[in-house]
Design a protein around this ligand. Structure first.
Ligand code: ADP
Ligand code: MG
Length: 352
């Protein structure tokens, strides 16, 4: 009851919006399920101006609103700051769902990763520059370590809440200029297993470039979606059995790989890697054996980075990218991995 009252009161004091309040700005993205704009608020008494993001979504918008409301209450720092969601009925038949967030910043991890400066462009943005390491591979490693720490921290927040994202990729990670940390966005394909929302896997929503080999989050032996009260009672067990969170871990491992190897940052590079890994039976150690002997200088540099500190980064990477979900590490366990032990690591000092 306390939780309910608190949520209600919090909701009451948050601003509400309607269609005419928004002045559309630049289009930020367009997918099969919605269009995203940067917007400002029309001048009106009582409405403070603000830099916002508006998503006009199809029927899946309802689930995305639910997920964002839940994140807001349970693990707000993991995701972009959600303000309001509503059904906009005036234009089309059936209407669209409109979702509003605070504008977090200009750059996604994808934008930053595709720059020649990476990872030094990120170092400039994160508070507390690395002082004690000269430019070079060890310093790059420290910056990547910081990004990985922030990513896993955000992911652990989602997973501890019972939410699997299912679309973790650099395009869905935004650098928040306000908090100087990376946050997760785009909960359009997320599943909340504790209450059975979006329980049936929508595999067609998954991005094949970042999807783990199991594709489906829950095994096909899982009974069909139970109604909400049953799901609440059952799902912790299902969570244990199926470890659906490990799907996001695989995708996060691929992002780690892309940060270490510049050649895998392009679409074609990543697709080629996926093909190679599949041929190696999803065994990363096997993949390394096949590519390392004839590796380019660039590829060799990536292995060198992962081999620093006794190969602790390589060890973490191989614990994330594994064929069997239950053999992959969890976000919480990854954060406790010795990879993050090093003194002076930025990751945790930056987080609130
Ligand atoms: P979709 O992928 O379904 O089109 P996203 O939610 O991923 O929608 O948003 C599309 C793009 O809009 C993102 O890749 C990002 O560039 C930008 N964006 C989304 N939310 C925010 C936000 N809160 N702050 C700044 N930019 C955002
Ligand atoms: Mg997206």
């Amino acid at each position: 009851w306390d939780m309910f009252v608190l949520a209600f009161v919090e909701r009451l004091f948050r601003p509400t919006f309607k269609k005419d309040d928004f002045v559309l700005g630049k289009k930020l993205g367009e997918g099969a399920f919605g269009v995203v704009y940067r917007v400002s608020l029309a001048e009106k008494p009582g409405l403070k101006e603000g830099d916002l993001v508006l998503k006009k979504a199809t029927e899946y918008g309802a689930v995305e609103i639910w997920m964002n409301e839940r994140v807001r209450r349970a693990c707000a720092s993991s995701c972009a700051d959600f303000m309001y969601g509503f059904l906009e009925n005036s234009s089309k038949k059936g209407g669209e769902y409109w979702l509003v967030w605070r504008f977090e910043g200009e750059a996604t991890l994808q934008d930053l990763m595709l720059s020649k400066e990476f990872p030094y462009n990120v170092e400039k943005m994160i508070l507390g520059k690395i002082q004690d390491e000269p430019k070079g591979i060890a310093r790059e490693n420290r910056i990547i370590q910081t990004i990985m720490g922030q990513l896993l921290f955000a992911l652990d927040g989602l997973h501890s809440t019972g939410i699997v994202h299912r679309d973790i990729k650099p395009q869905n990670i935004i650098f928040s200029e306000g908090s100087c940390t990376f946050k997760i966005i785009d909960l359009g394909a997320a599943a909340d297993l504790r209450v059975g929302i979006n329980y049936i896997p929508k595999e067609f929503l998954l991005d094949p470039r970042y999807a783990a080999p199991e594709q489906y989050i829950m095994s096909t032996q899982t009974p069909s979606a139970p109604s909400a009260p049953v799901a609440t009672a059952l799902s912790p067990v299902l969570w244990q059995l199926n470890l659906p969170d490990r799907f996001d871990i695989y995708s996060t491992g691929l992002i780690y790989l892309q940060m270490a190897f510049p050649s895998l940052r392009t679409d074609s590079g990543l697709i080629q890697f996926n093909r190679q890994l599949k041929r190696c039976g999803y065994d990363l150690i096997e993949w390394r054996k096949t590519v390392e002997p004839r590796a380019s200088t660039e590829l060799r540099k990536g292995f060198e980075l992962l081999d620093l500190d006794g190969g602790i980064g390589w060890e973490l990477l191989t614990s994330m990218i594994r064929y069997k979900a239950r053999k992959r590490t969890s976000a919480k366990a990854a954060l406790a991995h010795p990879y993050f032990d090093k003194e002076g690591l930025l990751a945790l000092s930056v987080m609130q």
